[in-house]
Design a protein around this ligand. Structure first.
Ligand code: ADP
Length: 642
């Protein structure tokens, strides 16, 4: 406490001098004196002592009045009252006035020194508390401002607005006059002003400063904040005069992309390093806002690029979500389906897509095997629609126009049918003459063998032609004669007709056919041909002693035929093609003959009956062919047994 200044105010010169000379100065205090209350008040104002020892009864102002006068001026200098005529009422009055001590005369020096020390201590503590509170309040204010900027940052995508708020907050938090946010232009190496407070608009727009020789450039290069605080105005390389200035770096992924600055151009109040912290936090916000804006712009650009690609692509694209609502329909799809140019996003599929086959494909569960459909349009165009599940979104259908392929296919089929037809008569003639050869004269054994081979070959060609003609007829849609048919019964006929073939190969035929099922609406001859082809294949591609199982059952409103064998199976690579015309798997042994048309006929028949067919096969273990046909709707309602 030594070195503190104490004012002793008493109208008794003797007391003043005694206290100063013999008590306070020896204890290390500086002492000033006053002879009355008014003088004391003046001294306190002018010389700002740390403590006052005041007599109660003084001319001008009493000691207690002096304390009250100080309180009015918000002066908290502690006052110790000394008095010769103390009483309880005066003591309580003094306490109420807030004095720091109340001592009776004559003064005991030790007691006075103790009271002085205590009063100075508690005043010091009070000041420290007040300072701590002040800095706490400042901190809270800083945090509130930062929080507000943070909120603005998350709530707004308007980069200019966010950066303006950052600069405003920087000015407010530091108590500076002006603020600016400078960004580095990578191409020119110059800094431009992106946001500002208290700068002229024109100045902001045209502001450009080189990084090499400016203070802001130094911050960019070093990544360290900079404080310029000289008291005289001078031109530092900021393009304007300042008394004091702070720049903090704007960092993004360890790179400095600009600076946030505050300055005083008018007042000489110096800014301090204590402002680095909040300014750096604000600079971080600004950097995040800039990065967000960049990412947003990038995402937007990518999105519109994809959008343009999708809209301009020649193939129709429709995307629906898992609750069967439209997510996207591109221009090609709209044009193909003749959709009006009204908003469709979010609408249920049936409200938008009126084409039954396409609607059926779009609403089909993604687990369904057949994800392809041919969409015949009213204008005779045909689209090949392919369904693809998209995780997290729903399903997409891509549609290609295959009209020209369909036409080619039709021309080819017609040609094949015509040629096949014309080949039939000569073949019948060949077969007839071959039969006659033995009757018109003797033939040796070698000739007999040749005749046998000619007959086998002509039969193979005849089979091929029969298959081709069948296929041609089915594809051309000549088999429109349909009636309610008993599917299990038709399959039974096929099995019975082929049982002998299985017998020859010592194969086990396992048949599981219900007596009655509701009818399917079909051409029974074609249905039988379909079942026979599948069963014949099963027998043909299963080695001796194997098993062929045939079953028909009903699931929901569908009737399902399965033909399972324990034969050679089909390689995964061959499976997609076995229903194509003339396709025979390369792994088929040479001695198993065939035209490669059987499954094409099967597929055409199944599709002609609004059904589906697929194969499950494991090479070496066997195959299962599954054909699904819809139950005839009317008879299903009319009779449970068909
Ligand atoms: P093919 O006259 O050759 O039997 P298909 O059209 O009936 O012609 O069958 C096409 C191809 O599919 C066959 O060549 C064969 O490779 C394969 N395939 C058909 N059915 C079976 C089966 N049950 N087991 C193994 N492969 C089969």
């Amino acid at each position: 406490m030594a070195g503190k200044k104490i004012l002793v105010a008493d109208d008794s010169r003797e007391i003043r001098e005694t206290l100063a000379q013999y008590v306070l100065r020896p204890a290390g205090y500086e002492v000033i004196t006053a002879g009355d209350g008014v003088d004391a008040l003046k001294s306190i104002r002018e010389q700002t002592p740390d403590l006052v020892v005041a007599d109660l009864q003084m001319p001008g102002l009493t000691g207690i009045q002096l304390k009250r006068a100080l309180a009015i001026e918000n002066n908290t200098t502690p006052v110790i009252i000394i008095t010769a005529e103390g009483s309880e009422s005066i003591a309580s009055e003094a306490t109420l006035a807030g004095v720091a001590g109340y001592l009776p005369k004559p003064i005991d020096p030790d007691v006075l020194l103790m009271a002085v020390r205590q009063a100075l201590d508690s005043e010091r503590l009070r000041r420290e508390r007040a300072l701590a509170l002040q800095s706490l309040e400042k901190r809270v204010h800083q945090l509130e401002t930062l929080q507000a900027v943070g909120r603005a940052l998350t709530a707004s995508l308007d980069i200019d607005q966010v950066l303006s708020r950052v600069v405003d907050a920087a000015v407010r938090l530091t108590g500076a006059e002006d603020g600016s946010l400078l960004l580095l232009d990578k191409h020119t190496g110059e800094l431009t002003m992106r946001a500002a407070r208290n700068f002229d608009d024109q100045f902001v727009r045209t502001f450009r400063i080189r990084t090499e020789d400016s203070l802001a450039g130094q911050v960019i290069r070093t990544g360290q904040p900079a404080l310029f605080g000289a008291n005289s105005p001078q031109k530092i390389k900021t393009a304007y005069l300042v008394h004091s200035l702070i720049y903090v770096p704007l960092r993004l992924h360890d790179k400095v992309i600009g600076v946030l600055g505050v300055d005083n151009r008018q007042t000489r109040r110096a800014l301090s390093e204590a402002d680095f912290g909040p300014l750096t936090a604000l600079a971080d916000y600004a950097a995040i806002a800039i990065e967000n804006a960049r990412l947003y712009a990038h995402t937007n650009a990518e999105r519109s690029k994809l959008d343009t690609i999708l809209q301009k692509t020649g193939e129709g694209v429709i995307v629906v979500d898992d609750s069967n609502r439209v997510v996207l329909i591109n221009a090609a799809a709209r044009a193909a389906l003749n959709l009006p140019d009204t908003p469709v996003i979010g609408k249920p599929i049936p409200d938008v897509i009126h084409h039954a086959d396409l609607r059926d494909l779009l609403t089909r569960p993604s687990s369904t095997q057949n994800r392809r459909a041919e969409i015949a349009l009213d204008d005779n165009r045909v689209l090949n629609a392919h369904l693809t599940p998209i995780e997290g979104i729903g399903r997409a259908v891509v549609m290609q126009d295959i009209t020209h392929l369909k036409q080619l296919d039709k021309i080819k089929s017609e040609f094949v049918t015509a040629v096949s037809h014309d080949l039939r008569s000569p073949l019948t003639a060949i077969l007839g003459y071959v039969e006659l050869m033995g009757r018109v004269g003797p033939i040796n054994d070698q000739q007999k063998e040749f005749i046998r081979r000619v007959r086998i070959s002509v039969n193979a060609i005849t089979n091929l032609i029969t298959d081709l003609l069948d296929l041609g007829r089915i594809e051309a849609g000549f088999d429109t004669q349909k009636e309610p048919a008993n599917f299990p019964l038709v399959v039974r006929y096929s099995v019975e007709a082929l049982a002998a073939k299985a017998e020859i190969k010592h194969q086990k035929l396992v048949v599981n056919l219900p007596e009655t099922l509701p009818p399917v609406y079909a051409n029974p001859v074609r249905l039988r041909q379909m079942a026979s082809n599948l069963i014949e294949n099963a027998i043909k591609y299963t080695p001796e002693g194997g098993t062929v199982s045939v079953s028909v059952f009903m699931d929901d409103d569908q009737q399902i035929l399965t033909v399972t064998d324990t034969g050679i199976g089909i390689l995964l690579a061959d499976q997609p093609y076995i229903f194509d015309k003339f396709y025979r798997a390369k792994s088929v042994p040479d001695d198993i003959t065939g035209t490669g048309l059987g499954l094409s006929i099967v597929k055409s028949i199944v599709e002609n009956h609004n059904g589906r067919i697929w194969v499950d096969s494991k090479p070496g273990s066997g195959s299962t062919f599954v054909a699904v046909l819809p139950t005839h709707v009317e008879s299903k309602a009319a009779s449970p047994r068909g």
